[in-house]
Design a protein around this ligand. Structure first.
Ligand SMILES: *Cc1c(COP(=O)(O)O)cnc(C)c1O
Ligand code: SF4
Length: 337
Protein backbone atom coordinates (compact mmCIF):
# COMPACT_ATOMS: atom_id res chain seq x y z
CA UNK A 1 0.00 0.00 0.00
CA UNK A 2 1.20 3.52 -0.80
CA UNK A 3 2.03 5.53 2.28
CA UNK A 4 -0.09 8.59 2.70
CA UNK A 5 2.17 11.49 1.93
CA UNK A 6 1.54 14.32 4.33
CA UNK A 7 1.14 17.72 2.73
CA UNK A 8 4.55 19.20 3.30
CA UNK A 9 4.41 22.40 5.27
CA UNK A 10 7.82 23.33 3.95
CA UNK A 11 6.54 23.28 0.37
CA UNK A 12 3.47 25.27 1.17
CA UNK A 13 5.48 27.86 3.03
CA UNK A 14 7.84 28.70 0.18
CA UNK A 15 5.23 30.82 -1.50
CA UNK A 16 3.46 32.00 1.64
CA UNK A 17 2.95 35.73 1.60
CA UNK A 18 5.10 36.18 4.68
CA UNK A 19 8.04 34.48 3.00
CA UNK A 20 7.56 36.46 -0.18
CA UNK A 21 7.49 39.61 1.92
CA UNK A 22 10.61 38.66 3.84
CA UNK A 23 12.54 37.64 0.72
CA UNK A 24 11.89 40.81 -1.25
CA UNK A 25 14.89 41.96 -3.28
CA UNK A 26 16.75 44.95 -1.86
CA UNK A 27 19.72 45.21 -4.20
CA UNK A 28 19.27 47.18 -7.46
CA UNK A 29 21.86 45.09 -9.35
CA UNK A 30 20.23 41.88 -8.28
CA UNK A 31 16.85 43.15 -9.43
CA UNK A 32 18.28 44.12 -12.80
CA UNK A 33 19.98 40.75 -13.20
CA UNK A 34 16.77 38.93 -12.40
CA UNK A 35 15.05 40.62 -15.36
CA UNK A 36 18.02 40.03 -17.65
CA UNK A 37 19.48 43.55 -17.62
CA UNK A 38 22.77 45.24 -16.83
CA UNK A 39 23.14 48.83 -15.54
CA UNK A 40 24.66 49.87 -18.87
CA UNK A 41 21.35 49.23 -20.64
CA UNK A 42 19.48 51.81 -18.57
CA UNK A 43 18.86 55.48 -19.40
CA UNK A 44 19.88 56.43 -15.84
CA UNK A 45 22.28 55.55 -13.03
CA UNK A 46 21.13 53.13 -10.39
CA UNK A 47 21.95 53.79 -6.74
CA UNK A 48 21.36 52.33 -3.34
CA UNK A 49 19.24 54.80 -1.45
CA UNK A 50 20.26 54.88 2.18
CA UNK A 51 17.16 56.63 3.44
CA UNK A 52 14.58 54.66 1.45
CA UNK A 53 15.88 51.19 0.66
CA UNK A 54 14.90 49.43 -2.50
CA UNK A 55 12.40 46.69 -1.77
CA UNK A 56 10.60 44.53 -4.39
CA UNK A 57 8.84 41.21 -3.80
CA UNK A 58 9.23 38.42 -6.37
CA UNK A 59 5.61 38.26 -7.60
CA UNK A 60 5.92 41.88 -8.74
CA UNK A 61 9.22 41.13 -10.50
CA UNK A 62 7.48 38.23 -12.25
CA UNK A 63 5.19 40.77 -13.97
CA UNK A 64 8.06 42.74 -15.50
CA UNK A 65 9.02 42.24 -19.14
CA UNK A 66 12.27 40.34 -19.25
CA UNK A 67 15.07 42.35 -20.88
CA UNK A 68 13.13 45.64 -21.13
CA UNK A 69 15.11 48.55 -19.62
CA UNK A 70 12.01 50.79 -19.84
CA UNK A 71 9.62 48.36 -18.23
CA UNK A 72 6.95 50.46 -16.47
CA UNK A 73 6.96 48.23 -13.40
CA UNK A 74 10.73 48.19 -13.09
CA UNK A 75 10.88 51.99 -13.28
CA UNK A 76 8.48 52.32 -10.34
CA UNK A 77 10.70 50.39 -7.95
CA UNK A 78 14.33 50.55 -9.06
CA UNK A 79 16.24 53.07 -6.97
CA UNK A 80 18.23 55.59 -8.96
CA UNK A 81 20.86 58.24 -8.42
CA UNK A 82 18.48 61.07 -9.33
CA UNK A 83 16.61 60.53 -6.07
CA UNK A 84 19.45 62.18 -4.19
CA UNK A 85 19.33 65.39 -6.18
CA UNK A 86 17.61 68.22 -4.33
CA UNK A 87 15.05 69.97 -6.52
CA UNK A 88 13.48 73.28 -5.48
CA UNK A 89 9.81 72.95 -4.56
CA UNK A 90 10.05 69.29 -3.50
CA UNK A 91 9.86 68.68 0.25
CA UNK A 92 10.49 65.91 2.75
CA UNK A 93 6.94 66.01 4.11
CA UNK A 94 4.83 67.54 1.30
CA UNK A 95 1.53 66.95 3.07
CA UNK A 96 2.75 68.20 6.44
CA UNK A 97 1.56 65.03 8.15
CA UNK A 98 4.46 64.48 10.49
CA UNK A 99 3.64 66.78 13.34
CA UNK A 100 -0.08 67.19 13.03
CA UNK A 101 -1.33 64.03 14.71
CA UNK A 102 -1.83 61.79 17.62
CA UNK A 103 0.40 58.78 16.85
CA UNK A 104 -1.32 56.14 14.78
CA UNK A 105 -4.34 58.24 13.95
CA UNK A 106 -4.97 60.79 11.25
CA UNK A 107 -8.31 62.55 11.42
CA UNK A 108 -8.09 65.01 8.58
CA UNK A 109 -11.05 63.93 6.45
CA UNK A 110 -14.58 64.56 7.70
CA UNK A 111 -16.35 61.40 8.83
CA UNK A 112 -13.33 59.26 8.05
CA UNK A 113 -10.39 58.47 10.19
CA UNK A 114 -7.10 56.98 9.10
CA UNK A 115 -5.46 54.37 11.30
CA UNK A 116 -1.74 54.06 10.63
CA UNK A 117 -1.26 50.42 11.45
CA UNK A 118 1.99 49.36 9.92
CA UNK A 119 5.40 50.87 9.72
CA UNK A 120 6.36 49.40 6.39
CA UNK A 121 5.25 48.46 2.93
CA UNK A 122 5.88 45.32 0.93
CA UNK A 123 7.36 47.44 -1.83
CA UNK A 124 9.12 50.78 -1.70
CA UNK A 125 7.70 52.76 -4.60
CA UNK A 126 10.28 55.34 -5.61
CA UNK A 127 7.67 58.08 -6.08
CA UNK A 128 6.16 57.61 -2.62
CA UNK A 129 5.22 60.79 -0.75
CA UNK A 130 5.96 58.98 2.50
CA UNK A 131 9.53 58.16 1.54
CA UNK A 132 10.81 60.39 4.35
CA UNK A 133 7.97 59.64 6.75
CA UNK A 134 9.11 58.67 10.27
CA UNK A 135 6.92 55.58 10.42
CA UNK A 136 8.56 54.31 13.59
CA UNK A 137 7.14 57.29 15.46
CA UNK A 138 3.79 57.48 13.71
CA UNK A 139 2.72 53.86 13.71
CA UNK A 140 0.33 52.90 16.47
CA UNK A 141 1.67 50.62 19.17
CA UNK A 142 -0.77 48.61 21.28
CA UNK A 143 -1.54 51.39 23.72
CA UNK A 144 -1.95 53.98 21.01
CA UNK A 145 -4.18 51.69 19.00
CA UNK A 146 -6.38 51.26 22.06
CA UNK A 147 -6.43 55.06 22.44
CA UNK A 148 -7.32 55.45 18.77
CA UNK A 149 -10.21 53.04 19.15
CA UNK A 150 -11.42 54.97 22.20
CA UNK A 151 -11.27 58.16 20.14
CA UNK A 152 -13.36 56.55 17.38
CA UNK A 153 -15.86 55.27 19.96
CA UNK A 154 -16.18 58.76 21.41
CA UNK A 155 -16.60 60.49 18.06
CA UNK A 156 -20.02 59.68 16.55
CA UNK A 157 -19.31 61.72 13.41
CA UNK A 158 -16.86 59.04 12.26
CA UNK A 159 -18.62 56.58 10.00
CA UNK A 160 -15.63 55.08 8.23
CA UNK A 161 -12.28 53.75 9.36
CA UNK A 162 -9.53 53.69 6.77
CA UNK A 163 -6.69 51.32 7.50
CA UNK A 164 -3.49 52.75 6.17
CA UNK A 165 0.23 52.68 6.75
CA UNK A 166 2.74 51.91 5.44
CA UNK A 167 0.60 49.08 4.22
CA UNK A 168 -2.05 47.78 6.61
CA UNK A 169 -1.96 44.29 5.09
CA UNK A 170 1.61 43.85 6.32
CA UNK A 171 -0.22 42.92 9.53
CA UNK A 172 -1.18 39.28 9.87
CA UNK A 173 -4.73 37.98 9.65
CA UNK A 174 -5.03 37.49 13.41
CA UNK A 175 -4.22 41.12 14.14
CA UNK A 176 -6.60 42.29 11.44
CA UNK A 177 -9.30 39.94 12.67
CA UNK A 178 -9.04 41.29 16.22
CA UNK A 179 -9.13 44.88 15.06
CA UNK A 180 -12.14 44.29 12.81
CA UNK A 181 -13.96 42.67 15.71
CA UNK A 182 -13.42 45.77 17.84
CA UNK A 183 -14.55 48.07 15.04
CA UNK A 184 -17.63 45.92 14.42
CA UNK A 185 -18.72 46.76 17.94
CA UNK A 186 -18.72 50.51 17.46
CA UNK A 187 -22.33 51.27 16.51
CA UNK A 188 -21.80 54.49 14.54
CA UNK A 189 -19.26 52.92 12.17
CA UNK A 190 -20.66 51.84 8.84
CA UNK A 191 -17.64 51.32 6.62
CA UNK A 192 -14.18 49.85 6.72
CA UNK A 193 -11.64 50.60 4.05
CA UNK A 194 -8.11 49.42 3.30
CA UNK A 195 -5.63 51.40 1.24
CA UNK A 196 -3.09 48.83 0.15
CA UNK A 197 -0.67 47.83 -2.54
CA UNK A 198 0.12 44.48 -0.98
CA UNK A 199 -2.24 42.32 -3.08
CA UNK A 200 -0.70 43.94 -6.17
CA UNK A 201 2.88 43.06 -5.29
CA UNK A 202 2.07 39.80 -3.42
CA UNK A 203 -1.35 38.47 -4.52
CA UNK A 204 -0.86 35.56 -2.09
CA UNK A 205 -1.64 38.07 0.67
CA UNK A 206 -5.32 37.60 -0.12
CA UNK A 207 -5.71 34.56 2.09
CA UNK A 208 -8.88 32.63 2.78
CA UNK A 209 -8.68 33.81 6.39
CA UNK A 210 -8.59 37.46 5.32
CA UNK A 211 -11.59 36.99 3.04
CA UNK A 212 -13.47 35.29 5.86
CA UNK A 213 -12.77 38.17 8.25
CA UNK A 214 -14.03 40.72 5.74
CA UNK A 215 -17.04 38.70 4.74
CA UNK A 216 -18.21 38.19 8.30
CA UNK A 217 -17.73 41.80 9.38
CA UNK A 218 -20.86 43.85 9.89
CA UNK A 219 -19.11 46.78 8.21
CA UNK A 220 -19.29 47.55 4.52
CA UNK A 221 -15.78 46.73 3.37
CA UNK A 222 -13.82 48.15 0.51
CA UNK A 223 -10.24 47.94 -0.64
CA UNK A 224 -8.53 50.67 -2.59
CA UNK A 225 -5.69 49.09 -4.52
CA UNK A 226 -2.81 51.10 -5.88
CA UNK A 227 -2.16 49.98 -9.45
CA UNK A 228 -0.40 52.28 -11.89
CA UNK A 229 -0.11 50.14 -15.01
CA UNK A 230 -2.14 47.36 -16.64
CA UNK A 231 0.88 45.02 -16.56
CA UNK A 232 0.47 44.86 -12.79
CA UNK A 233 -2.77 42.93 -13.29
CA UNK A 234 -1.77 39.31 -13.91
CA UNK A 235 -3.83 36.13 -13.42
CA UNK A 236 -2.70 35.84 -9.78
CA UNK A 237 -3.94 39.32 -8.93
CA UNK A 238 -7.10 38.79 -10.97
CA UNK A 239 -7.88 35.65 -8.96
CA UNK A 240 -7.16 37.41 -5.66
CA UNK A 241 -9.65 40.11 -6.69
CA UNK A 242 -12.30 37.49 -7.44
CA UNK A 243 -11.83 36.05 -3.92
CA UNK A 244 -12.35 39.49 -2.42
CA UNK A 245 -15.40 40.19 -4.56
CA UNK A 246 -16.85 36.86 -3.45
CA UNK A 247 -16.37 38.08 0.14
CA UNK A 248 -18.52 41.15 -0.69
CA UNK A 249 -15.57 43.51 -0.69
CA UNK A 250 -15.79 46.41 -3.12
CA UNK A 251 -12.65 47.12 -5.08
CA UNK A 252 -11.40 50.51 -6.18
CA UNK A 253 -8.13 51.71 -7.58
CA UNK A 254 -6.02 54.77 -7.24
CA UNK A 255 -3.04 55.47 -9.46
CA UNK A 256 -0.36 58.08 -9.47
CA UNK A 257 0.41 59.78 -12.77
CA UNK A 258 4.08 59.03 -13.40
CA UNK A 259 6.40 60.18 -16.13
CA UNK A 260 7.56 57.37 -18.46
CA UNK A 261 5.30 54.90 -16.67
CA UNK A 262 1.68 55.78 -17.39
CA UNK A 263 1.71 59.32 -18.81
CA UNK A 264 -0.02 58.63 -22.08
CA UNK A 265 -3.68 58.14 -22.88
CA UNK A 266 -3.45 54.62 -24.35
CA UNK A 267 -1.73 53.35 -21.21
CA UNK A 268 -4.32 54.97 -18.95
CA UNK A 269 -7.27 53.78 -21.04
CA UNK A 270 -5.88 50.26 -21.10
CA UNK A 271 -5.40 50.40 -17.33
CA UNK A 272 -9.04 51.40 -16.78
CA UNK A 273 -10.24 48.59 -19.06
CA UNK A 274 -8.09 45.96 -17.36
CA UNK A 275 -9.09 47.13 -13.91
CA UNK A 276 -12.74 46.77 -14.77
CA UNK A 277 -12.12 43.30 -16.27
CA UNK A 278 -10.95 42.29 -12.81
CA UNK A 279 -13.86 43.90 -10.98
CA UNK A 280 -12.00 47.01 -9.85
CA UNK A 281 -13.47 50.49 -10.32
CA UNK A 282 -11.01 53.27 -11.23
CA UNK A 283 -11.31 55.87 -8.49
CA UNK A 284 -8.51 58.42 -8.28
CA UNK A 285 -5.68 59.45 -10.57
CA UNK A 286 -3.26 61.39 -8.40
CA UNK A 287 -0.87 64.08 -9.33
CA UNK A 288 2.48 63.33 -7.74
CA UNK A 289 2.96 64.75 -4.27
CA UNK A 290 6.00 66.99 -4.48
CA UNK A 291 8.31 64.92 -2.36
CA UNK A 292 12.09 65.24 -2.41
CA UNK A 293 13.62 62.52 -4.56
CA UNK A 294 10.66 62.01 -6.89
CA UNK A 295 10.85 65.10 -9.11
CA UNK A 296 11.83 62.98 -12.11
CA UNK A 297 8.37 61.33 -12.04
CA UNK A 298 6.37 64.56 -12.06
CA UNK A 299 3.79 65.46 -14.71
CA UNK A 300 2.32 68.95 -14.69
CA UNK A 301 -1.36 69.58 -14.10
CA UNK A 302 -2.11 70.85 -17.63
CA UNK A 303 -0.75 67.69 -19.20
CA UNK A 304 -2.72 65.63 -16.66
CA UNK A 305 -5.97 67.43 -17.48
CA UNK A 306 -5.35 66.79 -21.15
CA UNK A 307 -4.79 63.08 -20.54
CA UNK A 308 -7.98 62.72 -18.54
CA UNK A 309 -9.87 64.57 -21.28
CA UNK A 310 -8.64 61.96 -23.75
CA UNK A 311 -9.75 59.18 -21.40
CA UNK A 312 -13.19 60.76 -21.20
CA UNK A 313 -13.42 60.74 -24.99
CA UNK A 314 -12.75 57.01 -25.13
CA UNK A 315 -14.34 55.53 -22.03
CA UNK A 316 -17.68 55.44 -20.23
CA UNK A 317 -17.75 57.91 -17.35
CA UNK A 318 -17.46 55.19 -14.71
CA UNK A 319 -14.06 54.17 -16.10
CA UNK A 320 -12.59 57.68 -15.91
CA UNK A 321 -10.84 58.24 -12.55
CA UNK A 322 -11.09 61.55 -10.72
CA UNK A 323 -7.93 63.56 -11.23
CA UNK A 324 -6.86 64.77 -7.80
CA UNK A 325 -4.09 66.20 -5.74
CA UNK A 326 -3.50 66.36 -2.02
CA UNK A 327 -3.14 69.78 -0.45
CA UNK A 328 -1.69 70.06 3.05
CA UNK A 329 -4.28 70.76 5.76
CA UNK A 330 -7.23 70.41 3.37
CA UNK A 331 -10.11 68.22 4.59
CA UNK A 332 -10.34 66.36 1.26
CA UNK A 333 -8.39 65.81 -1.88
CA UNK A 334 -8.64 68.60 -4.41
CA UNK A 335 -10.36 67.27 -7.50
CA UNK A 336 -9.06 68.99 -10.61
CA UNK A 337 -11.55 69.61 -13.40
C1 LIG B 1 -7.43 59.97 -0.74
C2 LIG B 1 -7.10 59.09 0.32
C3 LIG B 1 -7.97 58.88 1.38
C4 LIG B 1 -9.34 59.55 1.48
O1 LIG B 1 -10.01 59.24 0.35
P1 LIG B 1 -11.52 59.57 0.02
O2 LIG B 1 -11.82 58.48 -0.93
O3 LIG B 1 -11.53 60.89 -0.60
O4 LIG B 1 -12.29 59.42 1.27
C5 LIG B 1 -7.56 58.00 2.37
N1 LIG B 1 -6.38 57.40 2.33
C6 LIG B 1 -5.52 57.57 1.32
C7 LIG B 1 -4.23 56.85 1.34
C8 LIG B 1 -5.84 58.43 0.29
O5 LIG B 1 -4.97 58.61 -0.70
S1 SF4 C 1 2.85 51.05 -1.27
FE1 SF4 C 1 2.07 53.16 -1.12
S2 SF4 C 1 2.81 53.92 0.88
FE2 SF4 C 1 4.00 52.07 0.34
S3 SF4 C 1 5.84 52.81 -0.71
FE3 SF4 C 1 4.32 52.35 -2.30
S4 SF4 C 1 3.27 54.32 -2.62
FE4 SF4 C 1 4.34 54.47 -0.67
Amino acid sequence: MMPIIPVSDANCQVNSWKNLLKNALTCPRELLASVGLTPAQLDFEIADSQSFKMRVPQPFIDKMQFGDPRDPLLLQVLSQAEEDITVAGYQADPLAETNSQQAGLLHKYHGRVLLILASACAVNCRYCFRRHFPYQEQQANGTQLAAAIEYIKATPSISEVILSGGDPLVLGDNAIGQLVKQLDNIPHLRRLRFHTRLPVVIPQRVTRALCKILKSSRLNASIVLHINHANEIDPLLHDACQQLLAANVRLYNQSVLLKNINDNSETLINLSEKLFDSGITPYYLHLLDKVQGAAHFDINADRAIDLVEQMRNHLPGYLVPRLARETPQQPAKTVIA
